[in-house]
Design a protein around this ligand. Structure first.
Ligand SMILES: Cc1cc2nc3c(=O)[nH]c(=O)nc-3n(C[C@H](O)[C@H](O)[C@H](O)COP(=O)(O)OP(=O)(O)OC[C@H]3O[C@@H](n4cnc5c(N)ncnc54)[C@H](O)[C@@H]3O)c2cc1C
Length: 384
């Protein structure tokens, strides 16, 4: 079976669904394909950061996302080896960042379908389950790209002007195009799970607080999500899941671990991940597929949404120029580097700092001596 569309999007996470929706709203004929299964678990902390709020509003999605939100984030508390380092609002009130406020807690099993439905409502054709494989690029003017889409029971040869690879960390499309090598992936792994909310005292984890706990094994983030406590952790190289979670749980007896009645365990990695190339005529990587640093700042979904916006913004609006040529590709890469790339570099420095306990202890002492510093730090890291 063969098919011709204007754009094919591989992956219907936040990046792929928003890119598909924005292209369709520009009048493009778009095919969005996800490996599935529908309603899959996704390794994520479920915290949609403050910068995502105005972005969703810009595209008319905020009210729908707020309607499915199961909590909010207004405060950040960081502890190292059980000792308090930072406890500060992320509910910002300076005029330049006023609109951003805090963030939302949104379950990925509800957010991703919501964004997929918004894409379909904009006219996108959605295929799930389906896997995009064997991408082949056309000429430097963006004349076209070919891929195969494998679905249960049929294979579709698809020709398009633009292939958007939104297939997440370790992007199969990037690897098939030769845009990644062994050095592109780090050696850390992420996990997420949840436990019943009543097992965690409200005094230890009040609603609206993101609690980050640092240890030599990695870090664990906790947030209340309706009747649940949702947890996500990053494990340092060579650290195994069960011992790491036992180590976290040794900080406080109420801390959740999968061995104590927790559910919905999901994992991903290795992290960090980045591609050696991000765009060419006829093809671009968005979201985690382009690069993902660390979950500490909780920006992954925001970067994913921002990259989709940057990609579509890099394409001329006139219907006669409806293609992704080398100029559009260069424009996208330049804007990505200046914004998301800068954010990911900042996140990587932070991750390196977290690996140095003496530095963390120094920052904590400075924050205790001058409390406004903690707020400034959070502002510059989470809201920059
Ligand atoms: C431990 C941990 C905690 C995190 N916590 C947070 C947080 O609190 N807040 C936050 O904002 N971010 C967080 N993140 C990051 C966030 O989950 C990601 O950045 C975000 O999901 C990226 O979205 P995406 O659309 O790029 O990719 P994804 O959400 O990964 O979606 C990719 C999609 O592509 C599909 N796919 C893959 N290959 C193919 C193929 N060949 N063909 C078709 N479909 C394909 C997959 O099925 C998937 O649905 C966390 C990450 C980790 C590891």
């Amino acid at each position: 079976m063969a098919m011709r569309v204007e754009a094919i999007v591989a992956g219907a996470g936040p990046a792929g669904s928003l890119a598909a929706m924005l292209l369709a709203r520009r009048g493009w004929q778009v095919l969005l394909v996800d490996r599935g299964p529908a309603g899959r678990r996704k390794t994520c902390g479920h915290c949609l950061g403050p910068r995502a709020v105005p972005l969703l509003r810009r595209h008319g999605l905020l009210a729908a996302v707020q309607a499915i939100a199961e909590g909010f984030t207004r405060r950040l508390s960081v502890r190292a080896d059980g000792r308090r380092l930072i406890d500060t609002p992320i509910d910002l009130d300076s005029s330049s960042v006023k609109e951003r406020g805090g963030g939302l807690v949104v379950d990925r099993r509800r957010l991703d379908p919501l964004l997929q439905e918004a894409a379909v409502a904009a006219g996108v054709e959605y295929v799930c389950p389906g896997v995009v494989v064997e991408p082949r690029l056309g000429d430097s003017l963006g004349s076209g790209v070919r891929v195969n889409v494998r679905t249960p029971g049929r294979a579709i040869a698809v020709e398009a002007r633009l292939l958007v690879a939104a297939d997440g960390v370790g992007s199969g499309v990037a690897r098939a195009l030769g845009w990644a090598n062994a050095a592109c992936a780090g050696r850390r792994f992420g996990v997420s799970f949840q436990c019943a909310g009543e097992t965690v005292p409200t005094s230890a984890l009040p609603p609206g607080t993101v609690s980050m706990r640092l240890r030599k094994e990695g870090y664990l983030g906790l947030v209340r999500q309706n009747d649940w406590v949702h947890a996500a952790a990053l494990l340092r190289p060579g650290v195994e899941l069960e011992p790491a979670l036992r180590a976290f749980a040794s900080d406080a007896e109420w801390l959740p671990s999968p061995t104590r009645g927790c559910s919905s365990l999901a994992g991903t990695g290795p992290l960090p991940w980045h591609a050696t190339r991000m765009a060419a005529a006829g093809c671009a990587l968005v979201g985690d597929a382009a690069g993902y640093a660390e979950p500490f700042t909780g920006e992954g979904m925001t970067w994913a949404l921002e990259s989709a916006e940057l990609l579509v913004g890099a394409i001329p609006e006139r219907a006669s120029e409806r293609r992704f040529d080398t100029t559009a590709a260069a424009r996208y890469v330049e804007r990505w580097q200046a914004t998301i790339g800068a954010g990911q570099r900042r996140c990587r420095w932070l991750a390196q700092a977290l690996d140095r306990p003496w530095l963390i202890a120094g920052v904590a002492a400075a924050c205790r001596g001058f409390p406004p510093l903690a707020g400034q730090l959070v502002r510059s890291v989470v809201c920059a």
